[in-house]
Design a protein around this ligand. Structure first.
Ligand code: ATP
Length: 236
């Protein structure tokens, strides 16, 4: 589908001050669901932060052929949203208020309609609209964070470890939501530690180790590759 967002990255480097974490990465995120796998400290979160403009980066990052802006609010305006690790909800505000805040870019006249759309996509949140976000379970909060990100109707949605710390059933539910969002036309780039489950829902994957991409391919092939089997699935 020509309208679905496509990210191309060439020669991307980023880090913290003089400490370079990512070195000269080349990859692309095609329409659908792409997962980035890799051990703790590999630089997965750093990669998402660099694309969002939360830390400086070098190299090219083209979204549908246009260079991503440097400043985070311009990146968001350009149609890219990040659900950061730890979710960063406003715990003393209701689910509905959290969603409203996710719609700061949406023209006021359209905001109610957008909330209605998002609640239709997340029916569980409709029942909980008036609940304080901080009183929800981890999985429910993660769902609110994803729904809030969808308020800006992004072309590219980035998810940093959406399944972190969740019970197995909630992991499945969150990954299914990511899949559904990709199928509905938003390109999704997801970082995950849950290798097996992530590859089961993704179209394509990359493996990042010590700031370098060491493997890539269609999710089904990657699952059977030696680098994944030996390092992450405990198979010989
Ligand atoms: P995890 O799954 O543990 O979050 P990750 O692959 O996302 O791992 P990053 O969080 O990107 O890894 O970290 C990559 C490297 O950058 C690590 O060596 C980490 O210590 C370092 N790092 C991360 N954040 C900062 C920071 N704010 N300042 C300095 N170094 C940092």
């Amino acid at each position: 589908d020509a309208k679905r967002a496509h990210l191309q990255v060439q020669g991307l480097s980023a880090g913290y001050g003089a400490f370079l974490v990512l070195r000269d990465l080349r990859f692309e995120v095609k329409p659908g669901l792409t997962v980035i796998l890799g051990p703790n400290g590999a630089g997965k979160t750093t990669l998402l932060k660099a694309l969002m403009g939360l830390i400086p980066r070098q190299g090219l990052a083209l979204l549908d052929g246009e260079e991503l802006p440097d400043k985070t609010h311009e990146v968001v305006r350009g149609g890219v949203t990040l659900v950061a690790e730890g979710r960063q909800l406003f715990p003393q505000m209701t689910v509905l208020e959290n969603l409203e805040l996710g719609g700061w870019l949406v023209p006021k006249a359209e905001r109610a309609h957008r909330i209605e759309q998002v609640l239709a996509d997340f029916p569980k949140l409709r029942e909980r609209a008036q609940q304080l976000a901080g009183t929800m379970s981890g999985g429910e909060q993660q769902m609110v964070a994803v729904a809030r990100a969808m308020m800006s109707a992004p072309r590219l949605l980035m998810l940093d470890e959406p399944s972190l710390g969740l019970a197995p059933r909630m992991v499945d539910e969150l990954l299914t939501i990511a899949r559904r969002i990709a199928d509905a036309g938003t390109t999704v780039l997801m970082v995950e530690q849950n290798v097996k489950k992530a590859l089961a829902v993704a179209d394509r994957g990359y493996v990042l180790e010590r700031g370098v991409l060491v493997a890539s391919g269609p999710a089904r092939l990657l699952e059977r590759s030696n680098v994944i089997r030996e390092a992450y699935l405990g198979a010989g």
